[in-house]
Design a protein around this ligand. Structure first.
Ligand code: GCW
Length: 672
């Protein structure tokens, strides 16, 4: 029985694998600890039907048969646990969850409950874990009218009709889901801060935001607010928002003091500046360091941080002008500023140089910034990856990103660089991702898209986990492991693991990007962005396709370390899945499998559609096993995916057939 609302926290009844004590002793600390104890007791009641007595203690009794929720003794000689880390020990007569701090204890509790749910508890078990990424952030792009920018799972959990509007129970359930996979920060409003959202930093709205903060706080999650850089002018009625103007800096200081009165542990502000029409320091001929540092000084006295986005590019490009390359923008803007940001500024860099494409290279800023704190931005919501109609399991995307080697030195893969910031290093302090949830009962529209939210938390907690391991964990936690549940879990895992490859195959070929329908970004429109101002072109003609980004072209390859530059410079060694991002090639270019580029485009599109068909068939094999509504809702998404995949296949194949006049070698049907 799958309760979609509960996601991966199904807590079906199980039999205890070890003798289970009836008392929990919890060391006194703070409200996250109290909550951890409550979560523990509630989880055990659902899993085992056992009502536990929870007792607070100062120092643990030594001889009791009980569960102990304790903190690591920092003064003692024991091996110290790392920040937010925990240790689980199952002994003959007691169960110990020991943590470094309050968040660690909560994470230890969830880990314990998932072990119990999966039947993995045994005597002498010892597990010790701590998160690899210090910052594990969720970004909401929720608007105050209740809509969500790029949201595909219903309206906002937080807002409606220009005001806060939330169900406390639902927010608590959401916080539980996030905390159970280790999230520790959340921004609650769209980075495009427009209309009523500008009032978020005023008294009336802050008192509501404070209520949200209070719920998330119990789950170890601190709030971030997206702010509008032009607020001194638009809200404060000052003549300017110039970051170097003393009255502007004073306005922000005062505003920060007010905000922190309502939310004393606010993590800080998230800022989208000089991007897609949002105001920023460029308007006043100031740099992004000027802008970010001014804000950083305002929140510093309260322990706040400024998360400053690097998604800065010219979106008023003339498609006729081939000298300008949008892919260069973030690096060109931010690399020269390395070292000029205050120590409480963190740059948030999208994983690729464009914009969450199905396949694009990793941004050259990673590995290149050595004097500036920074994190990577991902997208869990499926803006370019199928709108939660098409299935696209994103940990497959993220695993490729984590494997990317920034300089082919020692420990220079993205996954090796994730650490707390240290001056002179290129460490990545963590991740932020645009979330995929809304008011739909199953949170994510497509039930299987829950795996993307789960996977995000898991993979940034431990970047060594593979997409396959995460798919397995999620499938078992969600579908169960008894009798027929096992088959459902197995098929879900299998489909998830096939989904990204299939989606990539029927999408824009070989990393060329942006062949999507303008604005909505769902479905094909091959020349939809070709003659627009957005700077994302493929320039296909009768003979060639792609942008030359080598030294002879836009020079983008030169933004990478020398090793990577030489790999990307040469079409013979460039990874084929990014070939058309870096090169302009003739259709008869011969690829590694000996076939032409054109034939590979045809093959991928026929195969991609066929793979979508076979995933649908696999799902259908669960018709007798699953609850009707779950089965049907997912099936109806697959049916829509097939329509989309067919459209992609046929439009792409026809487009290139018409351009080249060359048909498919295997004689499959291409419409003319
Ligand atoms: O990809 C673009 C999206 C916008 C989004 C922007 C951003 C919030 O299409 O909807 O705006 O990225 O990341 O700021």
């Amino acid at each position: 029985m799958l309760k979609e609302y509960d996601c991966w926290l199904q807590y079906r009844k199980v039999t205890a694998q070890v003798n289970f004590p009836k008392t929990v002793f919890v060391q006194k600390r703070g409200e996250v600890t109290d909550n951890a104890a409550r979560e523990f007791a509630a989880g055990i009641e659902r899993l085992l039907g056992l009502k536990l007595a929870v007792k607070q203690i100062k120092t643990p009794p030594t001889n009791d048969n009980a569960v102990f929720l304790l903190f690591d003794d920092k003064e003692g000689k024991n091996e110290k646990l790392k920040t937010e880390g925990f240790k689980i020990n199952i002994l003959q007569n007691k169960i110990l969850i020991t943590a470094a701090d309050e968040n660690g204890l909560l994470y230890g509790v969830y880990r314990f409950l998932s072990l119990l749910a999966n039947g993995e508890l045994k005597y002498d078990l010892e597990i010790s874990e701590s998160p690899v990424s210090p910052l594990r952030i969720i970004n909401h792009w929720d608007n105050f009218d209740g809509t969500i920018e790029r949201g595909y799972a219903g309206n906002s959990l937080f807002y409606k009709n220009g005001n806060f509007n939330f169900d406390i129970k639902r927010i608590e359930d959401y916080a539980r889901l996030l905390a159970s996979v280790g999230i520790n920060r959340i921004s609650i409003n769209n980075v495009n801060v427009r209309d009523k959202a500008k009032l978020l930093i005023t008294k009336e709205y802050l008192s509501e935001a404070a209520k949200l903060a209070a719920i998330f706080r119990r789950f170890g999650i601190r709030l971030l607010l997206s702010i509008n850089f032009g607020a001194p002018w638009s809200l404060g009625k000052l003549p300017t928002s110039d970051p170097l103007d003393a009255s502007v800096a004073a306005w922000w200081k005062e505003r920060a003091a007010l905000i922190y009165k309502y939310i004393p542990d606010l993590a800080g502000f998230l800022v989208k500046a000089d991007s897609e029409g949002e105001p920023g320091p460029f308007q006043y001929n100031r740099t992004h360091a000027d802008g970010a540092n001014m804000l950083a000084k305002a929140v510093k006295p309260f322990g706040g941080e400024i998360i400053w986005r690097c998604f800065v590019y010219n979106c008023q490009q003339d498609w006729r002008d081939k000298s300008f390359d949008r892919a260069r923008a973030s690096y060109d803007h931010f690399k020269p500023l390395d070292g000029s940001f205050d120590d409480n500024v963190i740059l948030q860099i999208k994983f690729g140089p464009y914009d969450f494409q199905v396949r694009e290279p990793v941004s050259p800023l990673f590995g290149a910034l050595t004097k500036t704190r920074h994190i990577m931005e991902l997208q869990i919501t499926q803006e370019y990856t199928g709108h939660q109609i098409d299935l696209c399991y994103l940990p497959s995307v993220w695993q490729d990103i984590l494997e990317f080697d920034t300089s082919h030195g020692q420990n220079s893969k993205i996954m090796d660089l994730i650490k707390p910031y240290k001056e002179g290093s290129s460490y990545i302090e963590g991740f932020a991702a645009v979330v995929n949830v809304g008011l739909d009962n199953n949170w994510t529209g497509h039930t299987l898209a829950q795996a993307n939210l789960y996977g995000y938390g898991r993979i940034i907690w431990n970047p060594c986990l593979t997409a396959k391991e995460i798919a397995k964990e999620w499938s078992v936690l969600s579908f169960g492991k008894e009798n027929t549940e096992q088959k459902a879990a197995q098929i879900a895992e299998d489909i998830l693991l096939k989904s990204y490859r299939a989606y990539e195959k029927y999408n824009a070929p070989f990393g060329v990007c942006f062949m999507v329908t303008p604005n909505s970004h769902y479905g094909p429109n091959i020349e939809g962005y070709e003659f627009s101002r957005w700077g994302t072109y493929h320039r296909a003609d009768a003979k060639e396709i792609g942008i030359d980004r080598t030294k002879k072209g836009t020079g983008y390859t030169g933004q990478y370390s020398p090793n990577n530059e030489s790999i990307y410079e040469d079409p013979a060694v460039c990874p084929e899945n990014q070939l058309l991002f870096f090169h302009r090639l003739k259709y008869d270019f011969i690829m590694k499998n000996g076939k032409t580029l054109l034939q590979n485009i045809y093959d991928n599109h026929f195969e991609g559609y066929d793979e979508a068909v076979s995933m649908t068939e696999e799902w259908k094999s669960l018709s007798k096993i699953l609850e009707k509504d779950v089965y049907k809702s997912v099936l109806s998404r697959f049916e829509r995916q097939l329509v989309n995949a067919r459209e992609w296949r046929d439009q792409i194949n026809t487009y290139f057939f018409r351009r080249t006049g060359i048909g498919d070698k295997n004689g499959r049907k291409i419409f003319d």
